[in-house]
Ligand binder design. Structure first.
Ligand code: GLP
Length: 250
């Protein structure tokens, strides 16, 4: 794993923006894996800026989002489809039919998972997957204990995950209990992975990722088994290998 140490969330987003732009500019039909949450919000803004300056076009880009809540349709302001439309897709020139987010409202969610896997395969796989890091080490919505060999599947969300995400909802009770997520194996099949880590609330998870073994009890640790992973972490997250990282662990 290649670690890039940056000062803050802004610098993390700028570095990530450069990596995404390089990928999109260097491939005829790039396929990006996208994440939601607070971490990549600024990255999307910077990419939109670059698009407005005509420095990049997404006309030939295809995207696959990591996950979606079960039961929230695309018009629900907390659905990840809604997030992506409003924070990114509708502000760039991507073809809507080339943007994929799992559908958490279908009648047959198992079928939806199989279909999502097939769509990724048919697109030729993901060239660059952007990931955030859950407080409990989850990637996508793969909670601790998830087998490293899972493909896209339905998950029961941990109480801690629902609590962490309650800040986006009017009340904690509204946070869905289930989600569809790309599996760990799906994520690991991406050709390149970019993990973004920002904020002191992520310090403990980042330390564990860096110094712990690869174990299904800590999903992000699977990234140790991939040959092209870049982690961009800011000072508040306690960049491993520095005195600051240890003092920030609390
Ligand atoms: C959420 C999402 C993940 C995200 C992570 C971190 O639950 N399912 O895809 O990367 O948790 O979120 P945040 O960036 O808001 O800290």
């Amino acid at each position: 794993m290649n670690l890039v140490k940056v000062k803050n969330h802004e610098e993390m987003s700028e570095q990530a923006c450069r990596i995404v732009l390089d990928k999109v500019s260097s491939l005829p039909s790039p396929v990006l894996g996208l994440a939601t949450g607070s971490t990549p919000e600024r990255l999307y803004e910077l990419l939109i800026d670059q698009y407005n300056r005509k420095a990049v076009s997404f006309a030939h880009t295809t995207t696959f989002n990591l996950d979606e809540y079960v039961g929230l349709d695309k018009t629900h302001s907390n659905s990840y489809r809604y997030y992506m439309e409003n924070q990114f897709f509708k502000k760039i020139d991507i073809q809507k039919s080339h943007t994929y987010v799992p559908n958490g409202t279908g009648d047959d969610l198992e079928q939806e998972c199989l279909h999502y896997e097939k769509l990724i395969t048919d697109a030729g796989g993901i060239d660059l997957q952007i990931l955030g890091l859950g407080l409990n080490g989850h990637i996508g919505f793969n909670e601790p204990g998830t087998s490293f060999s899972t493909k896209t599947h339905v998950v029961d969300l941990e109480f801690t995950t629902r609590k962490a995400n309650a800040r986006f909802f009017r009340s904690a009770k509204e946070v869905p209990h289930q989600a569809i997520t790309m599996g760990i194996e799906t994520i690991l099949q991406s050709k390149q992975i970019l993990l973004l880590v920002s904020g002191k609330q992520k310090a403990e998870a980042l330390q564990r990722l860096f110094y712990g073994d690869a174990t299904e009890e800590f999903p992000a640790s699977v990234l140790k088994n991939h040959s092209n992973v870049t982690i961009i972490a800011d000072e508040a997250a306690g960049v491993p290998g520095t005195a600051r990282s240890l003092s920030n662990r609390k």
